[in-house]
Design a protein around this ligand. Structure first.
Ligand SMILES: [Zn+2]
Ligand SMILES: [Zn+2]
Length: 176
């Protein structure tokens, strides 16, 4: 499995979207700006309130897929997300590496985003199994992740959470 060789694979976009802090003011536009690689140059990223809601809905759907507890549940939720996608893939080398983009290049930004995350997420689930998606085990985190490790042993969303939990477990042992 080497879908993490690209720093910017479509599934990472999906995970980042699911983990975005939807309470933060202006989070949608900040998210779009920091993931600009997926949007055709010149795509308008100023959104109407309805478009912002659509992005929040896509974010929630990705999270629903990642936290699902069984294959049928993953399938249902993935299909809900895919129903919003309008794929029209094309190959590109715009960043120097040959890779696929999934949405029409002239689609509006929400369509580009939703299509890209739906396609990225479903490819990982279909190729590597639904158990590759999970929720961080660190106390109080709740972020979701995609497990790209060889032996599917990941439990945390980030190195920060992994080491925070190691320290917490060590301290708990010290106390007993
Ligand atoms: Zn690209
Ligand atoms: Zn975490």
């Amino acid at each position: 499995m080497d879908y993490d060789t690209y720093g910017s694979s479509a599934v990472e976009l999906a995970i980042d979207l699911a983990n975005a802090d939807a309470q933060a003011p202006g989070w949608v536009e900040a998210f779009l700006d920091s993931h600009g690689e997926w949007f055709t140059e010149g795509t308008v990223t100023e959104l109407s309130p309805q478009q912002q809601e659509a992005v929040a809905r896509t974010s929630a759907l990705v999270r629903d897929v990642a936290v699902a507890q069984s294959e049928p549940e993953v399938m249902d939720r993935l299909n809900a997300l895919l129903a919003l996608a309008s794929p029209r893939p094309y190959a590109t080398t715009h960043d120097g590496e040959l890779h696929l983009h999934y949405a029409r290049p002239d689609a509006e930004v929400v369509e580009q985003l939703t299509t890209t995350v739906a396609m990225g997420l479903s490819q990982v689930v279909v190729q590597h199994g639904w158990r590759r998606l999970g929720v961080c085990s660190a106390e109080g985190c709740g972020h979701v992740y995609v497990d790209t490790s060889r032996n599917a042993s990941r439990r945390y969303c980030s190195n920060t959470c992994a080491s925070r939990s190691t320290v917490a477990a060590y301290r708990a042992r010290q106390r007993t």
